[in-house]
Design a protein around this ligand. Sequence first.
Ligand SMILES: C[S@@+](CC[C@H](N)C(=O)[O-])C[C@H]1O[C@@H](n2cnc3c(N)ncnc32)[C@H](O)[C@@H]1O
Length: 236
Amino acid sequence: MLARDWYYNDRRHVGLDFSAEAQVATYDRRQGDHPDRAQKTLKSLGAKPGWTVADIGCGTGLMACEAAAMDMSVHAIDISPAMLSMAEQRARDLGVSLITQSAGFLSFTFEPNSFDLVISEYALHHLPDFWKAVALARVFNALKPGGMLFLRDVVFACKPDGIERTVEQWSDFLLKNHGYSRDEFAMHVRDEHSTFGWVIEGLLKEGGFVVEAADYTAPVYGAYRARKPASNGEGK
Ligand SMILES: C[S@@+](CC[C@H](N)C(=O)[O-])C[C@H]1O[C@@H](n2cnc3c(N)ncnc32)[C@H](O)[C@@H]1O
């Protein structure tokens, strides 16, 4: 797309500032994530050696490095140079290589129809819904026919009249299990753009994807397997 004065600046951090060294340094500990989970996810997606994969909003590169360790060609994409250098360090430690790109959903460069799998975990919520749709259109173009998007994010699996209960449940969960402060939690809900599960499903379907699975884990986590139809109109 041509650069326009109205085009969203997706290199600007919204909410938590993941360009800050302190935020990056504590990220893995607070998430409590583990390579086993990434491996399990990749296996459940049927990911294979030789696949070309993009991880958009890759953060410290845990998922990207596990995919690279399984002999996939991995593009690790993030707007935060500090996150990308952490991902590169992790790759060096593991003896794998990543193709890194300092860019976001709306600015990453790609060859159309080139990825077997695009993964994005806990990153799409940085965009308002209008721009989420544009981002998903770009991902759709980047995927090979029959390729898959695996999207995991903070999404509210409730109706608008249920947000009070759901959001407060999430606060309890986040503060107890992940060491985030009430201020950080409140900033996410107020300033970032986590949306409803039914909005995400609608965006995926309108974007041409076939939603093969939509799994919600209380209080606010959603995971989607969404397929770009193969040229015959079917998934691969
Ligand atoms: C909560 S972290 C998730 C990191 C990793 N995917 C994970 O699951 O651990 C969000 C990441 O998205 C990145 N990010 C924020 N806005 C973005 C955008 N518009 N495009 C791509 N990445 C973005 C941040 O720099 C940060 O590394």
